[in-house]
Design a protein around this ligand. Structure first.
Ligand code: SF4
Length: 72
């Protein structure tokens, strides 16, 4: 599973950090960064991505297929 944060979209709400505190943290600018891509289990990381109000967290599977946000 691959995790990315779109720094342009992130609005520092930090719900991702609340849901998956071992995976995400906020940097000096208050933007979410990945501190450990395997810090939480995959279900928790996916839940944290779904909790982001601006869909700034992009999750792809190992084949590069985007899981979240859903591709239309
Ligand atoms: S929940 Fe979304 S907007 Fe909030 S800090 Fe995390 S990535 Fe940024």
């Amino acid at each position: 599973m691959k995790i990315e944060v779109d720094r342009e979209l992130c609005t520092s709400v930090a719900t991702c950090v609340a849901v998956a505190p071992n995976t995400f943290e906020l940097d000096d600018e208050g933007i979410a960064i990945i501190k450990d891509p395997k810090g939480d289990d995959e279900a928790t990381i996916l839940q944290s991505a779904q909790s982001c109000p601006v869909n700034a967290i992009i999750i792809s599977d190992d084949d590069g297929k985007q899981i979240h946000p859903p591709v239309k």
